[in-house]
Design a protein around this ligand. Structure first.
Ligand code: C5P
Length: 237
């Protein structure tokens, strides 16, 4: 069976400041999404990439990718996304052909993930793990807080032990059946799931951790754009 990558790229990216949808913002002149598609296509495990575009931007994204000189060995499909990340991923899964058995879900907002990380995730799924996440230890201590009424500062309610916490990245890899089942059965409120493994966990499926990579960081705030361009400049040097 083949491996596909689904790239949710339908987010507006409000935390990055005003402007185009986040995935279409440029890093060193090339949209983040194009970097992300290339990062997936660089893995020999990946033969299909499904890009989930902003709902009103699928045609624009199709043209952008057609003009981006991507490797011809990788097929790229574009589908319109939804209101939440979870909905966007579900729409991407619906566009997969029958012969795809392994699915990598990768944020467009992590344009610089190295191929070694992509390969490691794909290999772990192919070796039998139903769900795999790349993750790194935390530098910061994390607190759980409780918001308070009337503009009072929030209160700390707990400090989980840092040594057992991990920051998880993408691509997250899945046995296709497990991920599709999670999307059919797991209903979440509000923002929905912030990652895909979280949904599969709720089915009781074990999720395996492989080492993440510093360069797989998520471009979320303006400073992340500065860091991403510095990483690209260092790669070219
Ligand atoms: O908002 P956040 O940074 O968690 O988004 C992670 C990824 O999910 C981004 O690549 C974003 O484009 C995507 N997303 C999406 N559809 C949404 C919201 C986010 O595809 N409705």
């Amino acid at each position: 069976t083949r491996t596909a990558a689904v790239i949710p790229a339908a987010g507006r990216g409000v935390r990055l400041g005003p402007g185009a949808p986040k995935a279409l913002r440029a890093l060193n002149g090339t949209p983040m999404l194009v970097h992300a598609v290339r990062a997936m296509a660089r893995s020999r495990a990946v033969s299909l990439v499904v890009v989930v575009a902003p709902p009103d931007g699928a045609a624009e994204v199709r043209i952008l990718l057609d003009d981006s000189a991507l490797p011809e060995t990788t097929e790229v499909r574009v589908v319109p996304g939804g209101e939440t990340r979870q909905e966007s991923v579900r729409l991407g899964l619906a566009a997969l052909p029958e012969d795809i058995g392994v699915v990598l879900v990768h944020d467009a907002a992590r344009p610089l993930v190295p191929v070694e990380t992509v390969d490691a995730v794909a290999a772990a799924v192919r070796d039998g793990a139903p769900a795999v996440v790349p993750a790194l230890p935390l530098a910061d201590t994390v607190k759980e807080v409780r918001p308070r009424e009337g503009g009072e500062p929030e209160l700390v309610v707990g400090t989980p032990e840092r040594a057992v916490l991990r920051a998880v990245q993408t691509p997250q890899g899945f046995d296709r059946g497990a991920l599709v089942e999670a999307h059919e059965k797991v209903a979440l409120q509000g923002e929905g799931a912030t990652d895909d493994a979280g949904m599969v966990e709720r089915l009781g499926v074990p999720v395996v951790v492989v080492p993440g990579h510093e360069e797989a960081f998520k471009v979320t705030r303006p400073l992340d754009l500065v860091l991403a361009e510095a990483v690209l400049a260092r790669r070219r040097a």
